[in-house]
Design a protein around this ligand. Structure first.
Ligand code: 13P
Ligand code: SF4
Length: 307
């Protein structure tokens, strides 16, 4: 650990704080975290921690979800401007209008949404539990799914449902380059392609394993005999994959366009310096209006109860 990391750990101990980080965070941030997880695991851990302060190294909706689940704790985020293009792709007013056009439909919202969108939803899902949650609805129930059209299409195909899909998406997963996957497969024919279901069908068509960030990491952990992997999700997760299999090679799929960028700039806004300063000064507190929090809590708890 470097000096700043040591200071962060000392502060966390002194303040009885838990540092949580999503797998897409920078390696040096993951190194100081008490808990690293995907969206579902972060919510579950927030619900059960006895820490006084939660520092959420992730994006805003993750800290907001923790604040909704833990109204009596202080939830901090290193950079409050760390947003999410997917969450931004469906505003509460959009969802309200969509619901009005579909009376009688149940609303399923991905966790990558604002508290206001969750408050208008019947249930929340993450990529880890989406299939299970959707299967918990009666097969003749009419369903609206928002905001990720790719995850929604994947679930429709898997469950033989015809949920109506909002046309939203994550700019990172939507821009993975099909040409890059094809080239990596040609160069490494033994390597399975591991993809997140936020990727479009053009990427999933080339994939061997499709799953949440945690599921992809588990696959690497459970397959010590495989020594090469092609990764079609945010490459921050490769840090943990490499720890799980130090001698394996991981080939991240490139993004399409300028610089072939394939990283989430919002996740990368979590730097050690910002983490230190928000914890030292207890700034960037994430608060949710109590009434909104109460309304958003129910669909989140419904999800957690079947996860
Ligand atoms: P999971 O953490 O559920 O795999 O989702 C990925 C993601 O979009 C995080 O922003
Ligand atoms: Fe949002 Fe995509 Fe970044 Fe995840 S990777 S936080 S879905 S913009």
């Amino acid at each position: 650990m470097n000096e700043l990391q040591t200071q962060i750990r000392a502060l966390a101990q002194q303040k009885h704080a838990i540092i949580m980080a999503h797998y897409y965070c920078r390696p040096e941030v993951q190194e100081v975290a008490d808990f690293i997880g995907d969206s579902l695991a972060l919510a579950q851990q927030a619900q059960k921690t006895d820490a006084d302060i939660i520092v959420m190294c992730g994006v805003h909706f993750m800290a907001e979800t923790a604040a909704i689940l833990c109204p009596n704790k202080k939830v901090l985020i290193p950079d409050p401007t760390a947003g999410c293009s997917l969450a931004d792709s469906c505003q509460a007013s959009d969802l309200a209008a969509w619901k009005a056009q579909h009376p009688g439909y149940k609303v399923i919202s991905y966790v990558n949404t604002s508290a206001a969108v969750k408050a208008l939803s019947d249930i929340v899902v993450t990529s880890s539990n989406a299939l299970r949650v959707v299967n918990s609805f009666d097969s003749n129930e009419h369903l609206l799914f928002n905001p990720d059209c790719h995850l929604g299409a994947y679930i429709n195909a898997k469950t033989c449902r015809q949920m109506e899909l909002w046309n939203g998406g994550c700019h990172v997963h939507s821009r993975f380059s099909e040409a890059s996957v094809i080239a990596l497969k040609q160069a490494h024919p033994q390597a399975p392609v591991l993809a997140h279901p936020e990727c479009p069908q053009s990427i999933l068509d080339h994939s061997d394993i499709i799953g949440s960030t945690q599921a992809l990491l588990n696959y690497v952990r459970e397959h010590a005999e495989i020594k090469e992997f092609i990764i079609a999700t945010e490459p921050g997760v490769i840090f943990k994959m490499q720890q799980a299999q130090p001698s394996a090679a991981f080939y991240p799929v490139a993004g399409e366009g300028v610089g072939d960028c394939n990283t989430c700039e919002y996740m990368r806004q979590n730097t050690l310096q910002k983490l230190y300063s928000c914890l030292a000064n207890e700034t960037n507190i994430v608060q949710v209006d109590p009434l909104l929090a109460q309304q958003a809590l129910q669909p989140i708890q419904r999800m957690l109860s079947i996860s």
